[in-house]
Design a protein around this ligand. Structure first.
Ligand code: ATP
Ligand code: MG
Ligand code: MG
Ligand code: MG
Length: 470
């Protein structure tokens, strides 16, 4: 049964509201008071203080649709049907309130009664030792034992270091044999796009101590995450998350501004999907206040913008074009994220500045890099030296990952050790220069610091100007 992405998002949140959950809006992509994370990558991430008991939640049951960024998946984007670096995660959470039984039964109810997915296409996995989950799926939900697959710790046990952790259970949809890889071993857990994992239910029931001993929590928690784009692709019966209503509109716009006909060339289609993914992530990141820079979050943003620009080149697009897609992204997301509407002009400026800056060096950079790669190939060598990789970074603005990626396409790797060394030297030089500058300042001018000066946020107009002179 076809359902629009907006409808699925709303139905999910309403469903869990009807089960006593408090609906909260998506948190920012920038984590608050959490140094362990650069960008929010799951619905539970901004709720950590509640899970850890550091803060009291406004209610013991919460439901959200959270914007997420996952750059570790970047190499898969555009190649699989199911990975993006930006996606939304629907979730229901229990802080010491309901547990495994309700989490499983409600998930099944939502999937089969609200979404009305045919049960013969649904499969679940559980952690191999979690007999409790098996009993609930089998006896209460009524799933046949051969539809409940037991998996090892790597796949179905969630933990990071010490602290709260526990087994999980994932729900899969079988998209049909024709979507599979055809290997005799193909099944759940196969890397192809036949069985799509779309919902992960995490049962946080242990506290792991420093000695690796698992203690049962008195008040266990529930944390679930369902990928909105994945479930939308299932509901809309389309090939990939780039074909769902709100994303397809953006994909079409990418084709329009680059003048490329989607479907003509498999490699170029990948570029279209990469741009479609990265423009969504960058719009949301800039909207949340991140600016391109050489460090941390800003660097992730820079890398996404520059990677998208390079894929633009692969579609023969020479001028800056990313800003031309912003209005379409805003149109796709303005219902759940109305704040994007006021930020659109600002976002376009930041994108335009970053892309045009890179445009000044990208062509020469690409030419140099490609000729270096050619030379290596001719000599049957496979390692690009660190000096060149560093020059690409320092002079031509190529993030290391971009250079790596272009080289890898031709089977070349990079001498990362040498690159790191050069990077370190540059940082030290910059630090020394900065110090000299500071000393000179104190020597040469008699600076008086006015203690009354305060920095105040004066709105996006000023930021606009800042963006202009970047
Ligand atoms: P996968 O094994 O497919 O990479 P995952 O196990 O890493 O997914 P979880 O951490 O369990 O994903 O996240 C919960 C849900 O979020 C997944 O079941 C999926 O629906 C969605 N999701 C995860 N990663 C992505 C991604 N890169 N793009 C789109 N949706 C994703
Ligand atoms: Mg993953
Ligand atoms: Mg998985
Ligand atoms: Mg998972």
């Amino acid at each position: 049964m076809y359902m629009s992405t907006d409808e699925i998002r709303e139905k999910f949140l309403q469903f869990f509201e009807s089960k006593g959950h408090l609906r909260l809006p998506s948190f920012s992509l920038i984590p608050k008071n959490d140094k362990s994370l650069l960008l929010i990558n799951a619905g539970m991430a901004p709720l950590k203080p509640y899970f850890l008991g550091i803060e009291e939640p406004p209610r013991r049951r919460i439901t959200t649709c959270q914007k997420c960024i996952r750059t570790p998946d970047i190499d898969r984007v555009g190649k699989t049907a199911r990975h993006a670096t930006f996606f939304e995660m629907l979730g229901n959470f229990s802080f010491g309130d309901y547990f495994k039984r309700e989490a499983i039964i409600w998930a099944w109810e939502f999937v089969t009664e609200v979404l009305k997915l045919p049960r013969e296409r649904l499969w679940v996995t559980i952690y191999e030792e979690d007999d409790e989950a098996f009993e609930i799926w089998h006896k209460e939900v009524g799933l046949e034992p051969d539809r409940i697959k037991r998996m090892g710790k790597e796949d179905n046990f969630w933990e990071i270091g010490t602290g709260p952790c526990g087994p999980c259970s994932e729900i899969y949809f079988d998209r049909g044999e024709e979507k599979g890889c055809g290997r005799p071993t193909c099944g759940i857990g196969c890397d192809c796009d036949r069985f799509v994992e779309f919902w992960n239910l995490v049962f946080t029931q242990f506290d792991k101590d420093e000695n690796g001993v698992y203690h049962r929590l008195k008040n266990p928690n529930i944390d679930t995450g369902m990928g909105l784009e994945r479930i939308a692709a299932i509901m809309q019966e389309v090939d990939s998350l780039f074909d769902i209503d709100i994303v397809k509109a953006i994909r079409d716009k990418v084709c329009e501004v680059t003048g490329y006909d989607y479907g003509k060339d498999a490699e170029k289609d990948v570029s279209v999907r990469v741009i479609t993914d990265h423009i969504r992530g960058t719009v949301f990141m800039i909207g949340d206040g991140i600016l391109p820079s050489n460090e941390g979050r800003g660097y992730v943003l820079r890398r996404l913008i520059r990677r998208a620009a390079r894929h633009g080149r692969m579609l023969d697009k020479k001028e800056a074009f990313l800003h031309l897609i912003v209005d379409t992204v805003v149109e796709s997301y303005k219902n759940p994220y109305p704040e994007l509407v006021q930020k659109a002009e600002y976002i376009k400026k930041v994108l335009y500045n970053e892309e045009s800056r890179f445009n000044q060096t990208i062509d020469v950079g690409l030419e140099i890099l490609e000729s270096e790669i050619e030379k290596l190939k001719k000599n049957k060598e496979t390692v690009l030296n660190g000096e060149i990789a560093f020059k690409m970074y320092d002079t031509y603005g190529f993030p290391l990952d971009l250079t790596k990626e272009i080289a890898a396409e031709k089977g070349i790797i990079i001498d990362q050790e040498r690159f790191d060394e050069l990077m370190q030297q540059q940082k030290e030089r910059a630090r020394a220069a900065q110090k000299e500058l500071e000393n000179a300042g104190w020597k040469d001018i008699n600076i008086v610091i006015d203690e009354d000066i305060e920095t105040i946020f004066v709105g996006y107009d000023t930021l606009k100007q800042e963006a202009k002179i970047l």
